[in-house]
Design a protein around this ligand. Structure first.
Ligand SMILES: [Zn+2]
Length: 94
């Protein structure tokens, strides 16, 4: 299994600390998108709202091993903001 849904804030926090893999965010209003795990697009506040408060009604979060598994398994497109395929330089990391 190369993708795993993040169901709690603790899952989310651990995934970001491990910093291994990528985040796929699904949204009821848009197609899913693959992001850098610790990129600026992925916000703890949004995770809390979508997953914890709204109980995944408006979107879900998946941890994937690779960008291509997010694309193949979840039908995600690749984020143009945090550009997860460019793994060499990471100036957007905080
Ligand atoms: Zn992004």
């Amino acid at each position: 299994m190369t993708n795993r849904e993040l169901l709690s804030f603790e899952d989310f926090r651990r995934a970001r600390l491990n910093d291994s893999g990528f985040m796929v965010i699904t949204d009821s209003a848009r197609p899913p998108i693959v992001h850098r795990l610790n990129g600026k697009c992925v916000s703890a506040e949004n995770f809390r709202t979508k997953v914890v408060v709204e109980q995944r009604a408006s979107g879900t979060y998946y941890l994937v091993d690779t960008v291509s598994s997010g694309v193949k398994e979840l039908g995600a497109s690749v984020c143009k903001v945090c550009k997860p395929l460019k793994a060499d330089k990471e100036p957007w990391k905080s």
